[in-house]
Design a protein around this ligand. Structure first.
Ligand SMILES: NC(=O)c1ccc[n+]([C@@H]2O[C@H](COP(=O)([O-])OP(=O)(O)OC[C@H]3O[C@@H](n4cnc5c(N)ncnc54)[C@H](O)[C@@H]3O)[C@@H](O)[C@H]2O)c1
Length: 379
């Protein structure tokens, strides 16, 4: 029997609410919108866009896209989420063609300076790792809560037209415990964050709605990213969040790809290039004013399915199955109705193509495997 979330039909294990083929490597529902992404982003030509966290994985890809459509881009970033070589060599921060300001979103003066003359803001800076936020809730609070508060106060007092707040599907937590099997997450369902990271993101969402809802305030839009992957993503120490990067690097090092419960858990894997396009569109799409929208593919992909896409590229690769910890949720994926309707966007890169691109990039960029990972004993 399919379950329900707030009265809405949810999926059986082999089907999903977006009309795709269930757990595995199906393709996102493609929809052709009248105007291409590129044509709609023309509105950003010559506008001034601030991207906080613009030296990170998503932010750097977004900054590059904004430059391609001739926006003037200013990045505000602490530049310390990765070793310097990752920010510079892999993410190409030095080559973005953006004005890169090294600073903290908690630093009011720095924020005020970058917002001077800005038309749009994407607030993507965050202590962006679930495990790290659990280990250091103080850093999470400062970056994700206090930093967001400074951003909101300064944006509210500025001439910015719209702020896009980057949130996360983590705000859904484990969904409805009564549902067995992967769940579809809908924007209006009950939110049950189960980590420090998710709680900080949920707070940022609410605070944005509360502070930017006046007739005189800049507009806002909230995006809940699902599992972002794609080159040049590299894992952070102590984190196992990024399944494609993590499993690919294990396989490349000749280590087993570990599958809890045989790899039945699912994620909604959305390629970083698609995420950048969705985020840029959220700055200009009329329907996004005041909206909260999932950024995902609507396709649940199991951990095993990802491993099986990676394995053929690395002859020594092999799987080790470990028990699924009791009560571990099976995961979920995005309802994509809102992002099709309000953002008028669907992803272009399916998981098969995206993983293929990642492993080819990794094979051509062996130095992307972090030293700490090479030195660590096989997990
Ligand atoms: N990657 C994912 O799977 C995913 C999923 C859901 C949501 N998100 C969100 O997307 C955004 C971008 O994530 P990402 O994957 O590119 O992470 P990332 O760590 O690669 O990028 C985040 C950037 O923010 C910067 N930063 C951190 N704290 C800062 C501060 N106090 N002041 C200024 N800069 C600061 C970091 O230096 C880094 O460059 C984050 O808000 C994250 O929470 C990411």
């Amino acid at each position: 029997m399919p379950g329900t979330v707030n009265g809405k039909q949810n999926v059986a294990p082999h089907g999903n609410a977006n009309g795709n083929d269930g757990v595995g490597t199906g393709s996102p529902a493609r929809e052709v919108f009248e105007e291409s992404v590129e044509a709609r982003l023309e509105k950003l030509r010559d506008s001034r866009v601030v991207v906080t966290g613009g030296a990170g994985l998503v932010g750097s890809r977004l900054a590059r896209l904004l430059r391609r459509v001739d926006a003037e881009v200013t990045v505000l970033d602490r530049l310390d989420a990765y070793p310097d070589a990752v920010h510079s060599t892999l993410f190409g921060v030095d080559r973005l063609g953006a004005d890169v300001v090294v600073g903290d979103v908690c630093d009011r003066e720095a924020v005020r300076r970058v917002l001077t003359g800005a038309d749009y803001v994407v607030h993507a800076a965050a202590y962006a790792d679930v495990a790290a936020c659990t280990r250091r809730p103080d850093i999470a609070f400062r970056a994700n809560v206090e930093g967001t508060q400074v951003m909101l106060e300064e944006v509210a007092a500025s001439d910015v037209r719209r702020l896009v707040l980057v949130s996360s599907a983590a705000v859904y937590g484990n969904g409805d415990p009564a549902i067995r099997g992967p769940q579809v997450f809908q924007e209006d369902q009950r939110l049950l964050p189960v980590s420090v990271y998710a709680n900080s993101k949920l707070w940022a969402e609410h605070q944005t709605r509360l502070m930017l809802n006046g007739p005189e305030t800049p507009e806002f839009a909230v995006l809940r990213y699902f599992s972002v992957y794609g080159d040049p993503q590299v894992p952070k120490p102590g984190s196992h969040s990024w399944m494609v990067a993590w499993l690919s690097m294990q396989a490349r090092l000749g280590r087993p790809m570990r599958l809890n419960g045989g790899g039945v858990q699912v994620r909604d894997l959305v390629h970083v290039e698609d995420v950048a396009a969705a985020t840029a569109l959220a700055l200009v799409e009329d329907g996004m004013a005041g909206a909260t929208v999932n950024v995902g593919t609507g396709v649940p992909t199991s951990v095993r399915a990802v491993g099986e896409l990676i394995a053929p590229h690395f002859p020594q690769s092999h799987f080790v199955t470990t028990p699924l910890p009791e009560g571990d949720p099976l995961g979920g994926y995005a309802s994509t109705e809102q992002c099709r309707e309000l953002l008028r966007w669907t992803p272009r890169i399916d998981v098969r193509a995206g993983v293929e691109r990642y492993v080819r990039w990794l094979s051509a960029t062996p130095h992307a495997v972090p030293g700490w990972l090479t030195a660590a004993p096989a997990a």
